[in-house]
Unconditional design. Structure first.
Length: 303
């Protein structure tokens, strides 16, 4: 039966580590992290366990002392008792854990015809101006309600160009995604204009159904689109009706207040239909609370 010294020597040779194996094993026991672990678990560890774990202790000590080891970059070695031996577990560093979390959150947000940079916006980064105070309070109130009930009522952020409505909703989307919920965030004018692209593969019905059932839907810049009766009634109307039926959180941003949006819905390319506009607005009002966002047009400034 091979001695611990021989076992360590073989491993050191495989790893191309030169030197006296017994001395190297002894030095590993002098590593402060190893000594701390052995002290903390002294009632659970025997001399025999230490002897049978010297290889692992040596490897651990080397990795701790070589913090820039590329082999385990992004991970931190940790000792733990694994049956009758002391073993090594590798846990992600805080930076690695945060990066993984960001990747997971990014996968939860579907951006449709919107810039990818919106994925990086956090509510904590949003400047809390007096003009945004009410919107931020309402967003905080929604998130508190949503944590208890995934059927909380959404918001309709109304205000002039460039006051930060999309920015606020991006921060909201990231907060929701951070809790593990799927969010679809789409630019309404671009989405409506691209509907014909679904004709070739008959995927429109599937797209409408997906948007109707996603846990959280954000419709950005609604009211700026050019509608036909079909896109109003059979696309937008169907999506909002199903979301209303299932009480799914839905958010809107618009340069129009709700009354102006109703007038917009009434007038399509070929007709004027106030009744259908009222029906559509019933869904918008049921799904969201109107909140005015004021402020300067930040698209004209660097701040």
């Amino acid at each position: 039966m091979e001695s611990i010294s021989e076992v360590i020597k073989k491993i050191l040779q495989e790893r191309k580590v030169a030197g006296d194996s017994a001395e190297l094993a002894k030095s590993s026991l002098q590593n402060s992290a190893v000594k701390e672990f052995l002290t903390q678990h002294q009632n659970e560890i025997s001399k025999e366990m230490i002897a049978s774990s010297l290889t692992n202790l040596y490897i651990f000590a080397q990795q701790v002392e070589k913090a820039n080891d590329k082999i385990i970059s992004d991970y931190q070695p940790r000792l733990f008792i694994n049956g009758s031996v002391i073993d090594i577990a590798y846990l992600p560093t805080q930076a690695k854990a945060m990066a993984t979390k960001r990747q997971q959150v990014a996968k939860k947000i579907e951006l449709i015809d919107l810039p990818n940079k919106l994925r990086k916006i956090e509510l904590a980064q949003v400047e809390q101006t007096p003009e945004r105070r009410m919107a931020l309070l309402e967003i905080a109130s929604f998130l508190k309600s949503f944590a208890k009930d995934p059927h909380a009522r959404g918001l309709y952020l109304e205000g002039d160009f460039g006051v930060g409505k999309t920015y606020l909703l991006a921060g909201l989307a990231n907060s929701i995604a951070n809790e593990g919920y799927q969010v679809s965030f789409l630019h309404v004018p671009s989405f409506i204009a691209s509907l014909s692209s679904h004709f070739s593969d008959n995927s429109l019905s599937q797209e409408v159904d997906r948007l109707a059932n996603v846990p959280v839907l954000i419709l950005d810049d609604i009211g700026a689109e050019t509608l036909s009766e079909w896109s109003r009634d059979d696309v937008l109307g169907v999506v909002l009706q199903k979301r209303m039926d299932n009480v799914l959180p839905t958010f809107f941003s618009s340069n129009m207040d709700m009354k102006a949006l109703e007038d917009h819905f009434a007038e399509t390319k070929n007709s004027l239909d106030e009744l259908k506009a009222k029906r559509l607005m019933e869904r918008v009002r049921f799904l969201s609370k109107e909140v005015f966002v004021d402020g300067k047009n930040r698209r004209q400034f660097n701040s």
